[in-house]
Design a protein around this ligand. Structure first.
Ligand code: C2O
Ligand code: CU
Length: 480
């Protein structure tokens, strides 16, 4: 008996030491090195396509993948990042200056960091720029430190509503004010379309939503019959519900892509995911119109003389882009996909950078064991995004627009629904598609930026492309 007890004790101790050893190893392995390459993160995932030999291919280096280096820019400006009171601002304003350019313009923006200690970059959210102009610290450039400058040059090929923001410590810097709108107007030398064209960025200040820099009601006098376009941008970390009442309207663009054959709707709530944009348009009626941020007093109020009232509406049905507008053929009709990727978001117990707890996971693994998606230029790619994490995740792939094919197994049936930031609610499942036509190393992450900082970050890498930049270390690169 004594012998048995002793034997059992020994077995118990051995088991305990073993388990402690395994937990210790998991902890140890999860710690991120002080400096590392984005290319070292993630488990290579070829999505069923050829895996090739990465090293055997001619190497394209990210910092060579620039926009045009020669030629006079059509649009040139300087954005100076600096502390302004309790905010961080571009050119002393939050949001930063609204940039308006024309399609086809060669855009040149020089970023100057006056005194933001962590460094700054500018990412052109939704603009599929060449990789070196993408503004991701530690992936496409080094963070621009106080006293330094960096020039971005790219051709404005798309038309629509975009925004820009720092992609260095973005979870802190966007909230503090380092962001602004970028509008690319359609080309041609004719006069711009007459009417009202306003960009409104929803952003929380001290917990209260504002439209641009005003928390509360803004008033605008608009004559009946005038065409009004409102470009709605959400720079917050969670979805924002916006209600437009008083006029029938159309949703003319989503994430900077025109909707095909938009039909007139009335009395809808627009659920704008974090990072996403909706452009709405209407002809000013006789009576007032109100665009409000649900759950707050903040609104834009339009009427003939700018006065009057319009109550905030009761709950309205949510606008659904999956069934809106007229279908049109796309490059993916009947296509054979070269690769299919899975992106299953969950939560699990484990270690993230040495911290134990319940962390975001992708395909069952915690960062940096999340996937590194590998493609070849020209590939048609399908991605299945699933969310079983209990929270909403606005997933944003840099450098590409993706077409939503289906939601919860049901094919989309309206206009082609192109997005750069897809709001994926818990329990939802999407199939999206994109063409690999922009070589580089691209972030693919949740635009709830604290989630990205907590590990909901991946990359899409083109075969043969490598980045010389490093995360962490002496360059202080920390994009999330
Ligand atoms: Cu607007 Cu990587 O983000
Ligand atoms: Cu998220």
């Amino acid at each position: 008996m004594r012998l048995l007890i002793r034997a059992l004790t020994v077995v118990g101790v051995v088991l305990l030491v073993g388990v402690a050893g395994l937990v210790g190893k998991a902890w140890w392995d999860s710690r991120l090195p002080s400096s590392y390459s984005a290319m070292e993160t993630g488990v290579l995932d070829y999505g069923g396509g050829p895996s090739g030999d990465h090293a055997a291919h001619p190497q394209l280096v990210v910092d060579r993948l620039t926009g045009p280096q020669d030629g006079e820019p059509d649009f040139r400006t300087t954005l100076i990042a600096a502390e302004t009171g309790d905010k961080w601002a571009f050119n002393g304003r939050v949001p930063g200056p609204e940039l308006h350019v024309r399609q086809g313009d060669l855009v040149e923006v020089t970023l100057v960091n006056r005194d933001i200690d962590d460094g700054v970059t500018i990412h052109w959210h939704g603009v599929d720029v060449p990789n070196a102009e993408d503004g991701v610290a530690g992936v496409t450039q080094d963070a621009v430190m106080p006293g330094e400058r960096y020039t971005y040059r790219f051709l404005a090929k798309q038309v629509g509503t975009f925004w820009y923001h720092s992609h260095q410590v973005s979870s802190k810097q966007v909230r503090r004010g380092l962001y602004g709108a970028l509008v690319i107007h359609s080309g041609g030398s004719g006069p711009p379309r007459t009417g009202i064209d306003r960009t409104l960025i929803v952003h929380d200040f001290d917990g209260k939503p504002a439209l641009n820099d005003v928390a509360g009601v803004q008033r605008l006098a608009v004559h009946p019959g005038v065409h009004v376009r409102l470009r709605l941008v959400n720079s917050n970390n969670g979805p924002e519900r916006l209600t437009l009442t008083g006029a029938p309207f159309t949703v003319v663009a989503i994430d900077g892509t025109d909707v095909n054959g938009p039909t007139t709707i009335e009395g809808r709530t627009l659920d704008v995911g974090a990072g996403a944009r909706y452009d709405v348009a209407f002809d000013m009626p006789e009576g007032p119109v109100r665009l409000g941020v649900a759950g707050s007093e903040t609104a834009l109020f339009l009427s003939r003389d700018g006065t009057g009232e319009l109550d905030s509406p009761p709950e309205l049905p949510i606008f659904d882009p999956a069934t809106y507008g007229r279908p049109r053929t796309t490059i993916f009709d009947g296509a054979r996909f070269d690769r299919t990727f899975e992106l299953k978001i969950g939560k699990k117990f484990g270690f993230f950078d040495g911290k134990p707890g319940r962390h975001w996971s992708v395909n069952g693994e915690i960062f940096p064991d999340t996937p590194m998606y590998v493609v070849r230029e020209g590939d048609l790619v399908k991605m299945r995004i699933e969310n079983d994490s209990g929270s909403v995740h606005p997933m944003h792939l840099h450098g590409h627009h993706v077409l939503v094919l289906s939601r919860d197994g049901k094919p989309t049936s309206g206009s082609p629904w192109w997005v750069d930031t897809l709001n994926v609610a818990s329990g939802e499942e999407y199939e999206v598609a994109f063409r690999a036509d922009n070589p580089g190393v691209w972030m693919d992450h949740c635009h709830n930026l604290p989630h990205a900082a907590d590990g909901l970050t991946m990359h899409l890498m083109y075969e043969g492309v490598s980045t010389p930049f490093r995360l962490g270390g002496d360059d202080h690169n920390d994009p999330e």
